[in-house]
Design a protein around this ligand. Structure first.
Ligand code: HEC
Ligand code: HEC
Length: 292
């Protein structure tokens, strides 16, 4: 009797493992082919300014949109993550140094990346949040490209991305934004200019950078990855919604909540929000306060 049970549970276990392996094989193949699928977007153009005001705006955007977080402070790329389960995630060297963008990398190539989420040969960029950068106004898009094009060349050669099993599984279940190209409405024209006066409209535009983690509803939700803290609700129904504007701004500047609890920059990029202007943080506050 006992031996029989053992035999059947043993067989059950073998069958389960076989099923899991087949399932994983399917997922790995599915993600692999989606990551290699070419997208033939027609070349687009945009007039790139060269004045100091635009370059300064571009530099500010590179910081507040997280380009420097992921691509490094000199934008020469970095190994963002190297882990057995998650794999090796690498951001590109955006300068024209060795290992960087080719000398003939054009504005059309920048637009393919920032508006459509593909490289110049039309292959999907992995982990590049193009579903967010695609929503930049034409004016901001031009400013950030102008700034990136003005960067001094940095020689920095990097390895290729190498997706680990956990990343493939999470991406398959849409728990990780791996393939921005699939999330973008590619026919959507760029907004000409974003509102730059303090208020809800500016806050809404800026909050695109928060929506990836705090959710498009800004109600937060599950942790971004196993082991990370849950993502808080930023609207009036959440804890931060009860803070004053001053407390909200101080928290996003210092990473310290009004009750003294420190936020880890690894979980919530407060070193990035610290570099928003007072006006930008005030607008974000007003926008979140407008949400129930
Ligand atoms: C969450 C991290 C992250 C952020 C934020 C981010 N990038 Fe990226 N970016 C990446 C990664 C990773 C790649 C490499 C993708 C690949 O090789 O498949 C990449 C690739 C690119 C490329 C493509 C280069 C090429 O080979 O064609 C450009 C251009 C780029 N990023 C510009 C920017 C700019 C400008 C910003 C800010 C507005 C930005 N990125 C913000 C992670 C990020
Ligand atoms: C990479 C994911 C990520 C991004 C991007 C992000 N956040 Fe967060 N945020 C978190 C997480 C996770 C926490 C909770 C941190 C903790 O509990 O330690 C958090 C906490 C906060 C808090 C504290 C809320 C509370 O109730 O304690 C505020 C305020 C906040 N974020 C605002 C923003 C704003 C504004 C943006 C966009 C400009 C933003 N976050 C972008 C992940 C993110």
């Amino acid at each position: 009797m006992f031996l029989k049970i053992l035999k059947w549970t043993g067989l059950g276990l073998v069958a389960l493992i076989a099923l899991l392996l087949i399932g994983y094989g399917f997922i790995a193949h599915n993600i692999g082919s989606r990551a290699e699928k070419p997208y033939p977007f027609p070349a687009e153009n945009l007039t790139i300014p060269a004045d100091t005001q635009a370059l300064n705006r571009g530099q500010h955007l590179a910081v507040i949109k997280g380009c420097t977080d992921c691509h490094g402070s000199d934008l020469s790329g970095k190994i963002m993550l190297d882990d057995a389960a998650l794999g090796q995630l690498v951001s590109s060297n955006l300068t024209k140094g060795k290992g960087g963008l080719p000398a003939d990398y054009q504005t059309a190539d920048w637009l393919r990346a920032l508006r459509h989420g593909v490289n110049r040969s039309g292959k999907p960029l992995l982990f590049m949040p193009s579903h967010e950068t695609t929503l930049l106004s034409a004016q901001d898009m031009a400013a950030v490209i102008a700034y990136c094009q003005s960067l001094p060349a940095v020689d920095h050669s990097l390895p290729a991305n190498d997706l680990g099993p956990v990343v493939k599984i999470m991406a398959y279940f849409d728990k990780m934004p791996l393939l921005a190209v699939e999330k973008i409405d590619h026919n959507r024209p760029m907004l000409a200019q974003a509102d730059t006066t303090e208020g809800i409209a500016q806050g809404k535009y800026l909050a695109i950078s928060c929506s990836g983690c705090h959710q498009p509803t800004f109600k937060g939700g599950e942790p971004m990855a196993p082991g990370l803290p849950p993502v808080p609700d930023l609207t009036r129904t959440g804890q931060a919604g009860k803070w004053t504007k001053g407390q909200f701004i101080t928290t996003l500047r210092t990473g310290r909540r009004p009750d003294g609890r420190q936020i880890d920059n690894e979980n919530m990029p407060w070193k990035m929000t610290a570099q928003y202007t007072d006006k930008e943080l005030a607008s974000l506050y007003e926008f979140f306060q407008s949400l129930q």
